[in-house]
Structure formats: C-alpha cells, structure tokens
Design a protein around this ligand. Sequence first.
Ligand code: AMP
Ligand code: TRP
Length: 336
Amino acid sequence: MGKQRILSGVQPTGNLHLGNYLGAISNWVEAQSQYDNFFCVVDLHAITVPHNPSTLKENTYKTAALYLACGLDLEHCKIFVQSHICAHSELTWLLNCVTPLNWLERMIQFKEKAVKQGENVSVGLLDYPVLMAADILLYDADKVPVGEDQKQHIELTRDIAVRINDQFGSKGESVLKIPEPLIRKEGARVMSLNDGTRKMSKSDPSELSRINLLDSPEEINKKIKRCKTDPIKGLSFDEPERPECNNLLTLYMLLSGKQKQEVAAQCQDMGWGQFKPLLTEATIEALKPIQQKYQEVIDEKGYLESVLRKGRQQAEAVANATLSRVKTALGYSVPL
Ligand code: AMP
Ligand code: TRP
C-alpha cells in the first residue's frame, strides 16, 4: 500500500510565529517521511482580509523559504503556491454551489474576523473555508495537520465532501476522499505572550504578543522579559487558573525538546526570574538553525523559484485529475 497523503498550508500574511511552527509546521516536519506530503502557501486566502499588493509576493516567497528552513525535505514534500494552480479557484466555485450558506455563517473564525472588520467584510472572507476545502479535497488528502483553531474548517471540508459524494457519486463510488484532521495535543494552541487566554496570532497589533521565527535574540529576550506572568511562586502545568504559566511551560517543553515530567520537576520551585532566562535560551537555540537555513535559502538566487516551479508541476497533475473527476461527476462535458 502507498503512503497516506497529507496536505496543509499557511497564509503568507505577516511573519510566521511560534504558534504556526509548533501548531503546524513542526508537525509536518516530524512526520514527513511517513507520508506523501503537499504543502502550499495559501496566498488566495491572504486576500480575504484587506491586503497590501506590494508585499504579497515577498511574503509568499518568505513563507515558502521558511517551510524549507524549518526542515521540510523535497524528497518527501511538494511545496507550491496556491494561486499558481487554477484548480483551487475552480473547485471552490463548484463546491460553493453545494455548500449551504448557513454552514459558512456559523464558522467561528468568520464570526471573529467579521466582528474585527466591521462593515467591510467581503464575500471572500465568508467563502474562505470553501477555498480551504478545495485545497484539501483536490489532493485526496488523508490527513490535514493543523492547529486546533482549524478543526472546524476541516469538519466543514468533510461535510462538503460527503455532500458531493451523496449527490454525485455513483454506484457506491465516491467522488472525493474524506480527510481527517491531525492535531497534536501539545502546542496545538500557543497563546499570546500578553494574555494566556488568547491565541498567538499574526493579526494581533502588539508585536510583543508573539515571537516570530525570524526574531533576533535581542527581540526574543525583550519579548520574554516583558511577557505576562502571575504572582504565584512555583511553576506547574495544567492549572486552569494560570493560563500564562501553562503556556510558557509548554513553550519551554516543546522548544527545549524535554519531556513534560522533566520540565515539571525542573520548574516546580522556580520563580519567573529564574524561569524566563531558561525559556529565552531555549527559544533562541531552537530558532537559530531555522534562521541560518532561511538565510541560505534566500541567498541562493533562483533556488526557491525552482523549488516552487517543480512543486507546481507535481501538484498540478494531481489537482487537475481531481478537478476533472468532480466536473465529470457534476455532469460537465470534457473540454474538446
Ligand atoms: P495561519 O497563520 O492562520 O495561516 O495558520 C497556519 C497554521 O498555523 C494553521 O495550521 C493554524 O492552525 C496554525 N496556528 C496559527 N496560530 C496558532 C497558534 N496560536 N497555536 C497553534 N497553532 C496555530
Ligand atoms: N485556514 C488555514 C489557517 O489559517 C490555512 C489553510 C488554507 C489551510 N488552506 C488550508 C490549512 C488547507 C490546511 C489545509 O490556518
């Protein structure tokens, strides 16, 4: 039996941060040899909120370079840009026409982002999860590794696929594969450094709320020094009333590569003054190799373009085959 297939992506909006890394990309890297992997930079999603055309391309390349810098290996992975493959937009249209409006109106992320934007909410923002469903379904993905916040979108993807299969599958043959989310327990929800009850996010106006993968040691030091803590001495996991403590210990555990029990034992009698330098050191050390590799990728002129060109060719073949299958099932004529 062949390997199961994985598809995932990150939006090229702003800087990638520890939430993107620990919630998504580090999981892609860890499991890559077990799967047949497709990773895209989802630049069509990036325009569902107001965007700046002069930075879109640069951010798209930066995000792809970070995929490589974090350790994705081209032996196991296809890396490509969503907008380079027309099938993403075309399948979105077909899926739109079977997706009930009220399924989209109840998406938590839509409701949250719509409130933030006030009156200027675009149809694109509402349709965002259908585009995401198209991304996943085009590649017949078995698993979709994401952070906790994307779970509802994957459930919607499954519902859309089931609906297509029910309405257009024939003789027990399904048209689309039903994917499953792959969400790691630890790190699935990295919280803001300013508030342990809110998730770390690219769109938070405060730079101090997140650590970006390309932050310098000085910036990391400053952000951890200023991050929110609590007045209780002794640090421990799993105390619901201490969200910041939980978050920072989890970050330390994941970035240092230590086991939970080891961290719990090491930190149980510590105060923040003792803990913060440890977390700072672990973060700087974990990000150093990523930053070095990133620089190498960016410095090698033409390399990234060649990676994305090859990725596009490989991904397009799979995507176009699925698109044809769906169009045939829906009753379209094959182009002459
Ligand atoms: P985005 O930045 O919204 O494009 O998210 C890209 C990936 O990072 C998705 O798989 C998200 O679930 C994941 N992600 C984003 N923010 C966090 C966070 N604070 N904690 C864990 N995962 C996150
Ligand atoms: N919506 C995802 C996010 O913001 C990004 C995304 C777009 C994605 N298409 C995808 C993730 C397909 C996984 C699979 O995090």
